[in-house]
Write a protein that binds this ligand. Structure first.
Ligand code: FMN
Length: 341
């Protein structure tokens, strides 16, 4: 792997030796899940995308998205919006939480977000991305990064232009999800695009898309030369991907053989995760929100389907406890890679 950029790469004051991050994942990457991923070895975790507009209006639920668990020595906050002034004000608010980096979302494909000119709508106007990043930079001393898709659709692949606009405006790093807005989460992430960007830019490039196992993350770095790997769906129900990566760092990939994760360890981790979520959200909300995490933790296990059917009725820790116990003793075999959320 060739690195023409400084390594370990700097991001703000920090130097990042471990290049495997938890990506922003709306509805999943809250303080509790980020804490679990941090404990398992994620070098940096991103908040889910936070509305700049809602933040400056003082929306209390939006502010809650910025809460950081004590185990998170550092974290990154992602903002979305379309107006440079609004994003500048939101950047000021977020800076008080001391993130290592503030990221601008230019990838969200959700129609409601696009209609407001935010997320991947920004891909259509690289100069707007530059304007927003300049405004955000002027509002803070925290480094500003950007997360892009390759383009709006197959006929308008423009990541070289959008990333240049971001870098010229002072972005400290670029994440490239190798899909277009039109692809959503279907098809394949174009790792060639990630490689091409990593070769051509002077700032750190993080790759995103189709990393479902520790080996995938290592392959992405090896084949694209990207500086960091953002893991999204591959970490859901599988924070162990980060500990596997840590283990692999001490070995060659060829020597590594995937250890079978026992249902007991997964159940214990899920229980700790839920306890933390309750600390932040209160029991009822946490238990309802946790249903999707429970599905992710038990995905691919024989016997998991019956437990998932019961989890949709769980509203207390005690109710989950019975399921964790049952799950911990089932002997199904895990297939943690190849997730298809
Ligand atoms: C449920 C879900 C929510 C997501 N939320 C965000 C988000 O808030 N901000 C963002 O930049 N990307 C978001 N993404 C995109 C991921 O960060 C990532 O770029 C994409 O899923 C590809 O990576 P993967 O193949 O590892 O999942 C989301 C993806 C999913 C599946």
């Amino acid at each position: 792997m060739k690195h023409s950029k400084p390594w370990p790469f700097p991001l703000g004051e920090e130097k990042w030796n471990a290049p495997y991050f938890l990506a922003p994942v709306a509805g999943y990457s809250d303080a509790a899940f980020r804490a679990v991923c941090t404990e398992f070895g994620a070098a940096l975790c991103y908040t889910e995308m936070v509305s700049a507009e809602a933040l400056i209006r003082g929306h209390s639920k939006t502010r809650e998205l910025l809460v950081r668990d004590p185990v998170e020595k550092q974290y990154a906050v992602q903002l979305f919006g379309s107006n440079p002034e609004t994003l500048a004000k939101a950047t000021e608010i977020v800076s008080a939480y001391n993130p290592i980096v503030i990221d601008l979302n230019c990838g969200c494909p959700v129609p409601k977000i696009i209609k407001a000119g935010a997320g991947s709508a920004l891909l259509k106007t690289p100069e707007r991305i530059g304007e927003i990043i300049r405004a955000m930079r002027n509002a803070t001393s925290v480094p500003i990064s950007v997360k892009l898709r390759t383009g709006w659709d197959q006929n308008s692949i423009n990541y070289p232009e959008t990333s240049s606009a971001a870098i010229e405006a002072g972005a400290c790093a670029i994440t490239l999800h190798g899909r277009t807005r039109a692809q959503g989460y279907s098809g394949k992430s174009d790792w060639n695009a990630i490689r091409s960007l990593a070769e051509q830019t002077t700032v750190p490039v993080f790759g995103s898309g189709d990393v479902f196992s520790a080996q995938d993350a290592i392959d992405m770095r090896r084949t694209t030369g990207c500086d960091g790997v953002m893991i999204a769906r591959g970490a859901l129900g599988n924070p162990f991907i980060f500990s596997e990566l840590k283990a692999l760092a001490g070995q060659t990939a060829a020597e590594h053989s995937d250890e079978q994760l026992s249902p007991r360890i997964i159940a214990r981790t899920a229980a700790c995760h839920l306890e933390l979520a309750i600390k932040y959200l209160g029991e009822r909300t946490a238990c309802i929100e946790f249903r999707k995490h429970f599905c992710a933790y038990t995905k691919g296990f024989a016997g998991g389907a019956g437990l998932r059917a019961q989890a949709v009725h769980c509203a207390t820790f005690k109710e989950y406890e019975a399921l964790f116990k049952e799950f911990g003793t089932i002997a199904g075999s895990p297939t943690l890679s190849g997730s298809s959320f």
